[in-house]
Design a protein around this ligand. Structure first.
Ligand code: PAF
Length: 288
């Protein structure tokens, strides 16, 4: 596996591969790789001859009070996992390579609407940071396919909208969340949990599952379902930012006629902010 740190080196290898023919897949990550990321790499392999994985902790998507400085950086361990997963190239640029000059002056890409709801409400500027770095990576790698995890459901919706609006010729693929045995969605931030918080954390996914089950039994009183879920999380010591039922993909508020939903949540547990979601299609006969 090649490891490169500059855009010039990256472009050299991409050009060589393009001349030889064959598709290229990109898996953008912030590193500290776990089985969820490796699943993305494996899927990328099924889509393309060459797989590029980027590891870059993107300062633009963190607000000043967030964990940019302490975010786990484990490049050597990531490299070893990527060799085992058969990635062709690891692109690990330093911040100055991605954002030369003053960070405040970097051109930003905005996806309005989708970026200011849910996580965007609690993390202002986050999705502009994500959209900007993802578009930069697309311009650098020019992949045919890019693979993302569905755990970051809203991020995936923002990226799909971005490539649609700006006519970026990349096929976006979302991959189902990889979970621990007790249901907790895998995330680099799970390591911020103490042992007792880790034991409590699967409640988030269980609670989303209960909302889905209630909908499958015909309930459409979304606000009450959300309030019940919030109460359950709070009683267990979590500090939820939101639990919400939305229309799948668009994240619009649902009506009684909708059938395809995403139930999403974000909650603090100690120092970790956990996010999770379940996408569900409800058959018409499930209505009460
Ligand atoms: O999902 C992530 O790890 C990041 O938000 C991404 C897509 C790599 C952009 O920095």
């Amino acid at each position: 596996m090649l490891t490169v740190h500059t855009v010039a080196e990256l472009r050299g290898h991409i050009q060589r591969w393009r001349t030889a023919g064959g598709n290229i897949a990109l898996v953008p990550t912030m590193g500290n790789l776990h089985a969820g990321h490796i699943r993305l790499v494996e899927h990328a392999h099924e889509q393309a001859e060459r797989v590029v994985v980027s590891v870059f902790v993107n300062p633009l998507q963190f607000s000043p009070d967030e964990d940019f400085k302490s975010y786990p950086r484990t490049l050597e361990a990531d490299r070893i996992q990527l060799v085992a997963a058969g990635a062709d190239l690891l692109f690990a640029p330093p911040v100055e390579e991605m954002y030369p000059g003053e960070e405040q002056c970097v051109t930003r890409v905005e996806v309005p609407g989708l970026s200011s709801i849910l996580d965007g409400e609690f993390r202002p500027g986050h999705f502009a940071g994500v959209a900007t770095v993802v578009l930069k990576l697309f311009n650098m790698v020019q992949p045919d396919v890019a693979v993302f995890g569905q755990k970051d459901y809203q991020q995936l919706a923002v990226i799909r909208r971005l490539i649609r609006d700006l006519c970026v010729p990349v096929n976006i693929i979302g991959i189902a969340t990889v979970r621990e045995n007790d249901g907790l969605a895998m995330s680099s931030r799970n390591q911020y949990l103490t042992p007792s918080e880790r034991a409590a954390a699967p409640l988030l996914y269980r609670t989303l599952g209960e909302v889905v089950q209630a909908m499958e039994h015909g309930r459409r009183d979304f606000q009450r379902l959300e309030a019940e879920a919030l109460r359950k999380l709070r009683m267990a010591g979590m500090r939820p930012d939101y639990v919400t039922v939305r229309v799948a993909q668009t994240l619009a508020a649902p009506t009684a006629d909708d059938r395809h939903f995403a139930v999403l949540a974000a909650a603090w547990l100690g120092k970790a902010r956990l996010i999770d979601n379940i996408e569900v299609r409800i058959a018409a006969q499930a209505d009460a």
